[in-house]
Design a protein around this ligand. Sequence first.
Ligand SMILES: Nc1ncnc2c1ncn2[C@@H]1O[C@H](COP(=O)(O)OP(=O)(O)OP(=O)(O)O)[C@@H](O)[C@H]1O
Ligand SMILES: [Mg+2]
Length: 302
Amino acid sequence: MHTPTSIDAVQSMLAEQGYVCDRSLGTVVFLSLSLGRPLFLEGEAGVGKTEIAKALAASLNRRLIRLQCYEGLDASSAVYEWNFPAQMVAIRTAEAAGGADRKALQAELFSDDYLIERPLLDAMRPDEHGAPVLLIDELDRTDEPFEAFLLEALSDFQVTIPELGTIKAPEPPIVILTSNRTREVHDALKRRCLYHWVDYPNFDREMEILQARAPEAAAELSREVVAFVQRLRTEDLFKKPGVAETIDWAKCLLALDVITLSPEVIADTLGAILKYQDDIQKLQGSEAKRLLDEAKASLEPA
Ligand SMILES: Nc1ncnc2c1ncn2[C@@H]1O[C@H](COP(=O)(O)OP(=O)(O)OP(=O)(O)O)[C@@H](O)[C@H]1O
Ligand SMILES: [Mg+2]
C-alpha cells in the first residue's frame, strides 16, 4: 500500500485493520505521513494510542518496531549493545587456539556479528518494503536525559558506533510516540512532532469500535455496554475505563451468555472494567442500578 493521498484514504486504510479513526486523528496521521513528521499521541489509558501504530504498520505493510519505555531506559537498551558474553567466548577460544592475531581478533569482536541491535538502530536499517513504523511507547515513563537523547536521535536518524562508524537511515522511519501523561514531556521534543490528544470516543464511535473488535456481540447488548461505560466515565473515578475495557467487558458478557445488563451481572463482572477496589466499591449497592437505569434511559429514542 502506498502512502495515502487524503484524510479519507487514511481513515479507510485504518478501518480495514479494524481501527476506527475519527477525522481529527485521521488528519494528523495524514499530515504526519505527508510531511514526514513524528506523531505524538497523548491520552488516557486504553484509548487506542498503541494500537494505531500497529494498524498503521499493518496497512502500509511496513515493519513495526517498538521501543517500550520504562524508568531507567538508556541508550544501550534503546540503540545498540555489544554482545559481551559472546565476545568473551571468542577471546577465550582464540586464546585456546594459541596466539591469535590481536588486530584481526579486535576487528572481529567489534563487527556486526557481535552487535546487538536495539529498536532505534533497527529502525534505521534499510528495508525493502520502505521505512518501518517506529513506535516509541509510553515516553512519559522514561527520564529526562533519555528524552534529550531521543530528541537528537529523532532529528537526524543516524547513530554513530565508535568501532563501526555512522549508520544513517536511508529513509526516516514513520515515528509514533505515545504518552499517558503521567508527567509532561519536554517542549523541545513536542515541538518536533505533530500532536494529538486521543480522547475517549463518543457513543457512536465506541459502538463502531466494539463492532469492529467484538463483532460477535449482539447489537442490543453492545449498546447497553457502551452506554453504561460512557455513563461510568462521567463519574469521579480513580481510573476510568478505556475502550480496551469496553471490549474486554463485552467479551466477558458474551462468554457468560448474558443477553442484557442487570445490576447483578454488573456486580459480578465489574472487574473487567474497573481495576481499583475503591472504584469498585463506589458501584456497590444501589449505585450500579442507578447508573444502569440512566444508561438505559439514554438509549431510549427521545
Ligand atoms: N479506535 C479504535 N479502533 C479499534 N480498536 C480500538 C480503538 N481504540 C482502542 N481500541 C482497542 O483497545 C485496545 C487498547 O488500545 P491500546 O492498547 O492502543 O490503548 P493505549 O491508548 O495504548 O492504552 P495504554 O495507555 O494503556 O497503553 C486495543 O487493543 C484495541 O483493540
Ligand atoms: Mg499503549
